[in-house]
Ligand binder design. Structure first.
Ligand SMILES: Cc1cc2nc3c(=O)[nH]c(=O)nc-3n(C[C@H](O)[C@H](O)[C@H](O)COP(=O)(O)OP(=O)(O)OC[C@H]3O[C@@H](n4cnc5c(N)ncnc54)[C@H](O)[C@@H]3O)c2cc1C
Length: 358
């Protein structure tokens, strides 16, 4: 009995882990060349550069439990510098703990429901050599069961359960399927199957954003920076919406003698490294140009859930429960945080396993 997981972001990899661990025959398929989805860690010249998520709340258990299960529990590392300031447009002012997300307009601390909201006072946690540590561990566990450059174009009923069609024309039959893809992809695949309620999943809006990492020599950056970063007040007029002092927030993000900043920009045209540097130089008092800068584009980044989202997802799940084993998982449905994605993926794995073996 084969279960196909579509999407090898953290949710899909977690679903794959759950199924593989339970002894199911699983195959995890991703359209891209690299697994991990929004988790993109680049390691260069002693720097650890995160293009997507850089950590999670220390109080969120799911990703940490998974890390321990896949044998990388000792790679969990806690935040060092704490606290944030707010850039008013004129100066940096202290910001109360937990208000950064509010200033940025990010929903529920990466999470959909208050029932899962973890306390902020415990700070954040990451992995020794970046968020890709957990992706790499899962990829190792899955081995050849993970296949990249496998874009799924359609899901249709088959005698065995489901038939997946791929870009290029090939197909795969499976008893169970987990769609661990963004909401708009799931909406399209499920609507093609006749689950018309799934069209409503397209109402999840993925906000575009850009992150720019900038490396400086330590002596270019004032020693007086406070906390782990700043957020910009919406009326500050700043293209930089937030900045993490990455080399102070977590250990070993930059080699000795260097500093690493990460700026979050709204949609903006031009040389992003130059724009980020110019603003950071003015706000933080940085001297001279960066050693290097690296921009990561997220045309569809963090999901924002419209009112009634949880009810719409529940209605789709109710409809799917009447079909052959088929589940949805991931940030588009159950919360944008990496820990919520692990929880969502593993829960989908268990649900489908129960159905295919029941
Ligand atoms: C800039 C940025 C910063 C963030 N920071 C944080 C943070 O600090 N902490 C935190 O907790 N969260 C953070 N997040 C959110 C978090 O990273 C994501 O919500 C989470 O990683 C999403 O995981 P996922 O598996 O649900 O989806 P994705 O990572 O989007 O994975 C979906 C996968 O599906 C594949 N796919 C799509 N269509 C198909 C198809 N037709 N066939 C096959 N495969 C397909 C894609 O290639 C992709 O690999 C951040 C996100 C961004 C963009």
């Amino acid at each position: 009995m084969t279960v196909a997981v579509v999407g090898a972001g953290l949710a899909g990899l977690s679903a794959g882990w759950e199924l593989n661990h339970a002894g199911a025959d699983v195959v995890v398929l991703d359209a891209g060349r690299q697994p991990g989805g929004m988790i993109v860690t680049e390691r260069r010249d002693g720097f650890i550069v995160e293009g997507g998520p850089d950590g999670f709340l220390a109080a969120e258990p799911d990703i940490q439990e998974l890390a321990r299960e896949v044998g990388i529990g000792e790679r969990l590392v806690d935040q060092v510098a704490r606290g944030a300031t707010v850039w008013t447009g004129r100066r940096l002012e202290p910001l109360a703990v937990g208000r950064a997300a509010e200033v940025l307009g990010i929903q529920g601390r990466w999470d959909v429901g208050a029932q899962h909201a973890a306390p902020l006072h415990g700070g954040f946690t990451t992995f020794t050599t970046g968020m890709a540590d957990v992706v790499e561990a899962l990829v190792t566990c899955l081995g050849p069961r993970l296949r990249t450059t496998q874009g799924v174009t359609a899901v249709a009923p088959s005698a065995r359960g489901w038939r997946l069609s791929f870009t290029g024309g090939s197909s795969l039959d499976a008893e169970g399927v987990i769609l661990a893809v963004p909401a708009w992809v799931a909406a399209r695949l499920l609507a093609g199957l006749g689950v018309s309620a799934a069209r409503s999943l397209d109402t999840v809006v993925y906000a575009p954003s850009v992150t720019v990492s900038l490396a400086y020599r330590a002596d270019q950056v004032p020693q007086t920076l406070e906390g782990a970063g700043f957020v910009a007040a919406p009326d500050s007029g700043s293209a930089v919406r937030a900045c993490t002092y990455a080399w102070r927030k977590y250990p070993n993000r930059a080699p000795d003698g260097y500093a690493l900043l990460r700026a979050f920009l709204g949609p903006v045209d031009g040389d992003l490294g130059a724009i980020a540097h110019a603003e950071l130089a003015a706000i933080l008092g940085i001297e001279r140009t960066p050693v290097w800068s690296r921009a990561f584009h997220w045309p569809r980044g963090l999901p924002r859930y419209p009112r009634g989202h949880a009810e719409r997802v529940a209605a789709v799940r109710e409809r799917l429960a009447r079909l052959a084993p088929l589940a949805i998982a991931g940030a588009g449905f159950d919360g944008a945080g990496v820990s919520a994605c692990v929880r969502s993926g593993r829960a989908a794995g268990r649900r489908v396993l129960e159905r295919v073996s029941g």
